[in-house]
Design a protein around this ligand. Structure first.
Ligand SMILES: C[S@@+](CC[C@H](N)C(=O)[O-])C[C@H]1O[C@@H](n2cnc3c(N)ncnc32)[C@H](O)[C@@H]1O
Length: 271
C-alpha cells in the first residue's frame, strides 16, 4: 500500500499484526513499516511465512470440520485479520449456507476492508465488530453480536493466531474464560498459538529480542502454557499439538516439519 494515500484512521508509521500477517501470506495490504517488522521477525525465525500459511490451512480444515461433521452453525472469530481467500463465512456457508459468523478485530485496516466479510449467503448472516479482545465483556454485549448469534445454541469461539498478541499483563486466561462463560454446552474453542518449544535457549532469546524490536507485543507460549487455555474442556483428538498434524489432508512425507511451523493448536468442546 502507498503510505502517501492512507485511508482515514490508519497509521502507516507503526507495524500492525494484521498487515504484517498479510505480508507473510503474500498480500499487498501492508506498509513499509509492516514489511520491516516482518523481516525482523523472519531474521530470527526464517520460516515464519510457512507458519502463517500452515496456520491459515489449519483454519480452513477446522471450520470445514466444525460446520460439517460437528454440526456447528455459529462462529465467533476474534482476531479475524484482513479478508483473505477462504474467510470463515465462505468456508462455513459453503457447507451450511445458514451459518452465522461474527468477526471481531481491533485493527482499523481490517475495519476498512470489512465489507468483504459481510458477503453472507442469504440464508445465513455475518457481522463485523470493531473491538478489542482485551475487553471481552464489551464484545459479548455488542448489539450486532446479539443480533447475529443465538447464545443459547453452540458457538465455535475461534482465536486463531491471536492469543500470542495478548501479553500476560492483560490476563489472557481470564479473557478466554470470560468468553467461554457466555457460551452454552456443545460450543467449541479453537485456538492456535506460536510456540518457542522447538528452539534452543539461544534461539529463543534471539526470537524474543527480534519480537521486541519488531514493534508488535508478542508472547510465545509453551505446550503447557497453551494447554492451560483448555482446562475444564473436552479436547478433541488429536489433542494439543502442531497445526500441521491436526486432521491433515497431506501424507506425512509432504507436510512441513513441526519445528519450522512452531504453531500449536487445539480444538475442544465445552462440556
Ligand atoms: C495473525 S492475524 C490472524 C488472522 C486470522 N485469525 C488467521 O489466523 O488467519 C491476528 C489478528 O489478531 C488481531 N488482534 C491482535 N490483538 C487484538 C486485540 N487485542 N483485539 C482484537 N484483535 C486483535 C490483529 O489485528 C490481527 O488481525
Amino acid at each position: 500500500m502507498d503510505a502517501e494515500r492512507v485511508p482515514p484512521g490508519i497509521d502507516p508509521t507503526k507495524a500492525h499484526p494484521s498487515r504484517r500477517y498479510n505480508y507473510w501470506l503474500g498480500g499487498k495490504d501492508n506498509f513499509a513499516v509492516d514489511r520491516e517488522s516482518a523481516e525482523m521477525v523472519a531474521s530470527a525465525f526464517p520460516t515464519v511465512g510457512l507458519a502463517a500459511r500452515e496456520n491459515r490451512a489449519f483454519m480452513r480444515r477446522v471450520v470445514g470440520y466444525l460446520a460439517g461433521e460437528a454440526g456447528i452453525g455459529q462462529f465467533l472469530d476474534i482476531g479475524t485479520g484482513l479478508p483473505s481467500a477462504g474467510n470463515v463465512h465462505e468456508i462455513a456457508q459453503g457447507i451450511d449456507p445458514s451459518a452465522r459468523i461474527v468477526y471481531v478485530d481491533n485493527d482499523p485496516i481490517v475495519l476498512v476492508h470489512a465489507r468483504a466479510l459481510l458477503t453472507s449467503e442469504p440464508q445465513g448472516r455475518t457481522a463485523y465488530i470493531d473491538a478489542d479482545l482485551r475487553d471481552p465483556e464489551k464484545i459479548l454485549a455488542d448489539a450486532d453480536l446479539r443480533r447475529t448469534l443465538d447464545l443459547s445454541r453452540p458457538v465455535a469461539l475461534m482465536l486463531v493466531a491471536t492469543m500470542h498478541f495478548i501479553t500476560d499483563d492483560h490476563d489472557p486466561y481470564g479473557i478466554v474464560r470470560t468468553l467461554l462463560g457466555a457460551l452454552p454446552s456443545g460450543s467449541h474453542l479453537v485456538m492456535t498459538h506460536a510456540t518457542g518449544d522447538h528452539l534452543t535457549p539461544e534461539e529463543y532469546a534471539v526470537n524474543v529480542e527480534a519480537n521486541e524490536r519488531s514493534g508488535v507485543p508478542f508472547r510465545l507460549r509453551s505446550h503447557d502454557e497453551f494447554a492451560r487455555f483448555f482446562d475444564g474442556l473436552e479436547l478433541l483428538p488429536p489433542g494439543v499439538g502442531s497445526v500441521v498434524e491436526w486432521r491433515p489432508e497431506e501424507p506425512a512425507e509432504d507436510r512441513p516439519a513441526v519445528e519450522d511451523v512452531s504453531m500449536l493448536c487445539a480444538v475442544a468442546r465445552v462440556p
